[in-house]
Design a protein. Structure first.
Lengths: 293, 153
């Protein structure tokens, strides 16, 4: 049984922690709104780019496409790269460990040697600890990364792919399903698998009548690097929004828990105090009775 | 029916323009004017100025390259970067131009790789486009259509 003084100290400490988690929850909530908003604003560009690419790919034809652009050419796989996107910070529940577990399992399952390009400190630290070769790292992109911030990431991968250092690249990032749910996703990034016409909402089969300037092949060649950049930018935005959402939920739970603990401790404290008062009263009454005798 | 033009970048929808009579865009093969009932077109754009006309009204944007798609009087511009003429901060654009010029000069002196040279040159071109677009919007004394005055003199 802790003493009254110990209980009181404990309550103060829990309340102080609660103040911090509550503040963090509020900050995350407001940043979350902005981060989710940015993730949404990238949507029109990406869906448009996808539908244009799908139309072009069907015009040019896949067999021809491999000859036209190195990013479409698939080779026998000897080396694999994984672009692992995670938050920089913790205090966001299971988000980081889920992401690292998912990517770690994936890397372990590959038969070919794997190198990692890490975005975010948590993923970088994980793979450094696991002794996986980290070829490049991008950290401190901030709460609201801009498209320009993410360009260099794509450049690293594209250069390695074109000069043959890697033969396939995957991207691993958290997909923001809802504020409460973030799902780790791993997709192939390179060689580019062109979106098929079924996926696009626009009427299909009309790309054949398009006028292309300078030529379908050249438009495609300009479009493909943008497609890679766009996918990475989207993933980075999803990551930022996922982090804020996960942190907000985690901090809300922590704040609620702190409230619960405070309630229980206060109850114990009051009981102990009451007991002490009763004991003192008994002493006084007992003392007075002894005098009367 | 007039054109509907949408300018989209990776970060946001920059602008949606309704009722445009003619759109003039810097295509990679040369300037092109898009009128209503244009055939379906897909082209790459180079850094330059994008101009809309509605009657006698004119509006312009600086873009730094991208793609343009025309489909049934619906024009979509997937720009790498886009700024409305009114949004351009002339001082910042001028500073960017000076920086870019310096980079090109240094690249030339030190004989760096073609890629770096191309990047520096592209940055310079983008900054010049921004300045030109901003300059057009500013009411100028003197003959209309004259050469833009150098800024900062």
């Amino acid at each position: 049984m802790p003493t009254i003084r110990q209980l009181k100290r404990r309550i103060t400490s829990v309340k102080n922690t609660q103040k911090i988690t509550n503040a963090l929850q509020l900050v995350a909530a407001s940043k979350m709104r902005r981060a989710q908003d940015r993730a949404l604003q990238a949507e029109p560009y990406s869906s448009k780019l996808r539908s244009v690419l799908a139309g072009l790919a069907s015009t040019v034809g896949s067999s021809q496409g491999e000859r036209i652009h190195p990013l479409l050419a698939s080779r026998p796989v000897r080396n694999i790269a994984v672009l692992h996107i995670t938050p920089d910070r913790g205090l966001c529940g299971g988000l980081n460990s889920n992401l690292n577990r998912s990517a770690g399992t994936f890397v372990a399952a590959q038969h070919e040697p794997v190198s990692v390009v890490a975005v975010g400190k948590k993923g970088r630290d994980f793979f450094v600890r696991a002794h996986v070769h980290v070829t490049a790292e991008f950290t401190e992109l901030g709460d609201y990364p801009s498209a320009a911030d993410t360009l260099a990431i794509g450049r690293v991968l594209v250069e390695d792919y074109v000069n043959g250092t890697i033969d396939r690249a995957y991207i691993s990032y958290p997909e923001l399903v809802s504020t409460a749910v973030q799902r780790p996703v791993i997709r192939q990034l390179l060689p580019i698998e062109t979106p098929t016409a079924e996926e696009q909402s626009a009427p299909t089969g009309m790309s054949a009548q398009y006028i292309f300037e300078p030529s379908p092949e050249e438009v495609l060649a300009r479009l493909l690097p943008r497609y890679i950049e766009m996918q990475i930018y989207e993933a980075v935005l999803q990551n930022a929004a996922s982090f804020q959402s996960a942190q907000m939920v985690a901090m809300k739970n922590a704040t609620d828990n702190a409230g619960e603990i405070t309630r229980e401790l206060t109850l114990t404290y009051n009981k102990a105090r009451q007991e002490q008062i009763t004991k003192e009263l008994l002493d006084i009454v007992g003392g007075a009775a002894a005098l009367e005798d | 029916m007039p054109l509907t033009v949408e300018i989209v970048t990776a970060e946001r929808v920059v602008s949606t323009e309704l009722g445009v009579d003619i759109l003039i865009a810097p295509g990679s093969e040369g300037m092109l004017g898009i009128l209503p009932k244009h055939a379906p077109l897909m082209t790459t754009l180079k850094p330059g100025e994008l101009v809309f006309r509605r009657g006698s009204e004119e509006e312009s944007f600086a873009i730094s390259g991208g793609f343009l798609e025309v489909r049934q009087d619906q024009v979509t511009i997937l720009a790498d970067q886009a700024e409305a003429a009114g949004e351009i901060d002339v001082e910042r654009a001028e500073a960017a131009r000076a920086r870019a010029e310096e980079r090109v000069r240094r690249a030339r002196e030190q004989g760096v790789s073609d890629v770096d040279m191309a990047r520096a040159a592209a940055a310079l071109q983008r900054s010049l486009v921004r300045l030109r677009v901003a300059e057009r919007r500013r009411p100028r004394s003197g003959a209309a259509g004259g050469r833009p005055r150098p800024i900062g003199q």
